[in-house]
Ligand binder design. Sequence first.
Ligand code: PGA
Length: 318
Amino acid sequence: MNVTLRQLQVFESVARHLSFTRAAEELYLTQPAVSMQIKQLEQQVGLPLFEQLGKRIYLTEAGEEVRRYAQRISAELRDLGDGLEALRGLNSGRLRLTVASTANYFATDLLAAFTRRQPGITFQLEVTNREGVIRRIQDNEMDLAVMGRPPEGLDVAAEPFMPNPLVVVASPEHALADGSFVPLERLQEEVFVLREPGSGTRNAVQRMLEDRGLHLRGGLEMTSNEAIKQSVQANLGLGVVSIHTVALELELGRLQVLNVEGFPLEREWYLVHRAGKRLSPAAEAFRRFILDEAHQHWQLPEIPGAVPSEGARLQAVN
Ligand code: PGA
């Protein structure tokens, strides 16, 4: 069987997305080029690897088998790359970093500070929500991840390095934005602009409220913190966001932090990698930099007004 690594890479991408179009986008190829690689691979294997039912494609049994091997081969190749990088040392190297969408507000500043110190190291930064970060860890497709809470049921090393308080924000026009204390139950009467399912921020808020037997009224749902901030500024509803995302809007007076019972919801940012993974020198240098120095290069925005006593704070079980 004369199979090329390129064919396996293209196949692995199509199998992961179950879509020729998305694989083409991911690999910066045209769709005919992707189809051609798959056709050639199927000729080599002698069996169809995908079947089409309606508009969707599925892996055949042979496809499942090829996928298992393709994943193993990619993992081996990545390990080979890491091993060679270790031999090259710190003067060069590429770091694959995946961060939760919310962490992107400080990740680039930290990368810039690190790059000034280690100019030979280059980065591939992927920004996705919590669910996406967990998938990347599962698939071993990154060196390090930054996320809000270590994933359960996955064997990972997770090290906290910076606080991540969540706050309730409103337009200054909103009726609750007069600085007075807002009991948690009161939030149930409000419309909220929330992140999508799969977001760590959304999970944390839901878990906190469910622990108190409370639910937020269904409101608007958005996949980006920027969209949430715009909507809250337009007074479409209240938002719950990490303080990292709203520093500028608070400074400019476009948003206001509400004094809600149990908030700020105390969380932490974690640096995560698969347990037992041999970190390349570049990844290890970045890890040490984050754990030892992140706080020097990124200042946590101040939370105006809302400073509840320790006892009044609900412990985040997020
Ligand atoms: P998110 O994740 O950007 O998916 O909300 C951040 C977090 O886990 O706190």
